[in-house]
Every structure is written in C-alpha cells, then in structure tokens.
Design a protein around this ligand. Structure first.
Ligand SMILES: Cc1cc2nc3c(=O)[nH]c(=O)nc-3n(C[C@H](O)[C@H](O)[C@H](O)COP(=O)(O)O)c2cc1C
Length: 174
C-alpha cells in the first residue's frame, strides 16, 4: 500500500475550518496516511526544511490540502514551496526527491463548481486555477494526480460533507 503524506495548510484548522478539519481528521484515521498540520507546526512561519524534506522522502504520494484563498493557497504553502523545494533536492541535475512519487492537491472552495467555468463568475475552471501546482509537479518530476476538489464549502450540508469525507478517503487510499 502506498504511503501518503498529507500536508494541511489552513491557518485555523482547529478553529474556523469546517471542511478541511473534517477531511484532515478522516485522513488521519487511515492506515499509511500521515497528516501534518503545517500552521500548527510552524506558528511563526519558520519552516523546518529538513523535517519537511524527510517527511516527503518517507512518502510515495504527497498531497497539499488547503482552502482556496484568492485563487491560490494560504501563504504558508507558498513559503513551504519556496523553502523546501530546494535546488539539488527537488529539482536540478541532482534533485530527484519527487521522482516516482505522486503529487496531488486537495482543495476546498467557497464558490460552487458552476462559477468555475469559462461562462461562470470566476471565468476559469479549477484545473486552470491550479496550473501553478501542476507546473510545479512537472518541474520536480512528480506524477500529477487529478485534484480532489470540494466545491461550495460555504454552508455545506452535513450530507455533502459526509460524502466529501468518504470520497477523500477513497482518493487517499487509491
Ligand atoms: C482569505 C480568503 C480568501 C478566499 N478566496 C477564495 C477564492 O478565491 N475562491 C473561492 O472559491 N473561495 C475563496 N475563499 C473561501 C474558502 O476557500 C472557503 O472558506 C474554504 O475553502 C472553506 O474551508 P474550511 O471550512 O476548511 O475553512 C476564501 C476565503 C478566505 C478566508
């Protein structure tokens, strides 16, 4: 069974989060899945690069889980990429850390899927919004996996959230 690392980037996972908290809790109960609450690990924003690299090296599949903020990620995720994805480790002629590993994002959005369409309010599909992550996966020679998306998080019903949780468990154990 693949070893999966879920890096959760939510600034208030144990406070304001509803969707990501439920998904992270469910992920944490799965065998062969390790969940790291990155904002809790690094409340001052100073990332332990070696610890993060070791966590990646121990996994077969890496998942960034986060709420979509301004068509992008919460700031710590960007900081994580800038700090952890070092030349000579993640990319460059000596950088092979992600080779043979799968890389995915699990993102939640406030807007419904109908707005993430060319004719919708947001103009772009979620795959288009997530191009920077797919580009990063390509650049570090990881295998890009189709994103797991929970749309319409605002006021999500208990039923829809329970379905998202079940779908996420299946996604993580595939
Ligand atoms: C600072 C901020 C920016 C946001 N930007 C977007 C956005 O660009 N698109 C969108 O669909 N939702 C956006 N949202 C809504 C969040 O994605 C939504 O609240 C979140 O996915 C719900 O997950 P949670 O219950 O784990 O917090 C934003 C929310 C915040 C707080």
């Amino acid at each position: 069974m693949k070893k999966t690392l879920v890096l959760v980037f939510h600034p208030s996972l144990n406070g304001q989060s509803h969707v990501n908290k439920a998904l992270a809790d469910a992920a944490g109960e799965l065998a062969n899945v390790i969940v790291r609450d990155e904002y809790a690990l690094y409340p001052d924003g100073r990332i332990d690069v070696k610890a993060e690299q070791a966590a990646v090296e121990a996994a077969d599949r890496i998942v960034f889980q986060f709420p979509l903020y301004w068509f992008s990620s919460p700031a710590l995720l960007k900081e994580w990429e800038d700090e952890v994805l070092e030349h000579g480790w993640a990319y460059g002629s000596e950088g092979h850390a992600f080779e043979g590993k799968e890389f995915a994002v699990a993102v939640s959005t406030g807007s419904p899927e109908s707005k993430y369409q060319p004719e919708g309010d947001n103009k772009f599909t979620i795959d288009q919004v997530l191009v920077p992550f797919e580009g990063t996966a390509n650049h570090i020679n990881a295998t890009w996996v189709k994103p797991f998306v929970t749309f319409a998080s605002f006021g999500i019903t208990d039923e829809a959230l329970a379905k998202a949780v079940e779908d996420y468990k299946a996604f993580l154990t595939k």
